[in-house]
Design a protein around this ligand. Structure first.
Ligand SMILES: [Zn+2]
Length: 368
């Protein structure tokens, strides 16, 4: 099959393809399926849910956990990779001591509405921290919030705001601007990369999946699919641990090349982050070894991606009275910026995902 057909148009198509692919395995592979309903519905009234498939020996305590749509609309990338794995050689390469858990759309609302965030404008990958403790500070964000989301998206106010952002990058450096924008903030609920002030539905749901479906586990290999940073179609394998840590060394053993650390001083295209989704694994499964990585597939330039997210946040904050053509153009750009509708991109993504899954299963199976 042409791998491009594995990749969905959006959430509803992705969910349908995922469930069909699971059904097609029922007669010749051990597979179970669970669905957790989201309280809200999609833009066309469709049901929203997180669907979880477990494939392989149900007693196996070595688990490969694949997750998509932590960042909503980025989820179509991971959908295509999961659907393709199910439809192609997937189960055939699975040894009896490894179980694979596929989480299809941990943030179904964002995926369905072509947003990176959850229903409450929360960046789920900044939401997994202790909300009873003081939040990390990001004074850089506060200084540029009004320029990131100007009062009007088109016209002189936007142009002036863009000029001030360019001046910030010129003075502080582009990485500092990227860190201020994307490092996460807990002060502006209507802003970009807002980490929330409480655990979101998707946060609680992911923890529930870990406790009730992934457990019991002795080792959890976790791959979280993302898009937007780095070279086009290439997966940067991002670890939040420093390169000289045992956790990073473990990832090198598993995956070999393509790894980068987002810890301070690391070479990753990602800024240093806190509150990422993988933090839940040691909290909910304290007895398991967690080998976690973010597969970040590049799309376009950082500026193009950030501008798309600025536009989407502006639109969400100004939904009434926006010219429908402008609204449609903003949504089309968000979709394209995080999920290029290009054959070349999907082929690259799929091939690399196949490699990563194969290596993770092999590492789990041979682990001593
Ligand atoms: Zn992401």
């Amino acid at each position: 099959m042409d791998v491009v057909h594995y990749f969905p148009k959006g959430y509803a198509d992705g969910r349908g393809k995922f469930l069909e692919a699971c059904s097609s395995l029922l007669d010749h592979a051990p597979i179970t399926l669970d669905s957790i309903s989201h309280p809200l519905s999609g833009p066309d009234g469709e049901a929203l849910a997180t669907d979880i498939a477990v494939i392989g020996n149900p007693a196996a305590k070595r688990v490969l956990l694949l997750n998509t749509a932590t960042h909503g609309t980025e989820g179509a990338c991971g959908s295509g990779c999961m659907i393709g794995w199910l439809r192609s050689v997937g189960y055939a390469e699975l040894p009896t001591n490894v179980r694979v858990v596929l989480v299809h759309a941990i943030n179904p609302h964002g995926y369905a509405y072509v947003r990176r965030v959850t229903e409450d404008n929360v960046d789920l990958n900044r939401n997994f921290l202790d909300h009873d403790q003081p939040y990390p500070e990001n004074p850089g964000y506060t200084g540029i919030h009004d320029d990131l989301i100007p009062a009007k998206w088109v016209g002189p106010e936007r142009e002036a705001a863009d000029q001030r952002l360019v001046a910030y990058a010129d003075a502080q450096g582009a990485p500092a601007l990227q860190a201020a924008i994307s490092g996460g903030q807990y002060t502006h609920p209507d802003g970009l990369f807002f980490g929330g002030n409480a655990p979101t539905w998707s946060n609680l749901t992911f923890r529930d999946i870990l406790r009730t479906i992934v457990a019991p586990a002795e080792t959890v290999g976790f791959i979280d699919y993302h898009t937007g940073l780095g070279p086009y179609g290439t997966a940067e394998l991002i670890s939040g641990f420093p390169v000289d840590s045992p956790e990073f060394g473990r990832l090198v053993e598993w995956y070999g090349n393509g790894l980068a650390s987002s810890a301070p001083g690391g070479a990753s295209t990602s800024s240093s982050l806190s509150g990422c989704i993988d933090a839940a694994i040691p909290q909910e499964l304290p007895d398991a070894e967690a080998v976690v990585v973010t597969a970040e597939y590049g799309t376009y330039s950082v500026k193009r991606v950030i501008d798309a997210l600025r536009g989407d946040t502006w639109l969400a904050n100004n939904r009434d009275g926006v010219d429908p053509e402008l609204a449609a153009a903003i949504k089309a750009e968000v979709r394209q910026a995080l999920y290029p509708d290009e054959r070349d991109w999907k082929e690259l993504v799929y091939l690399r995902s196949r490699q990563l899954i194969r290596r993770a299963i092999q590492a789990l199976a041979e682990k001593v």
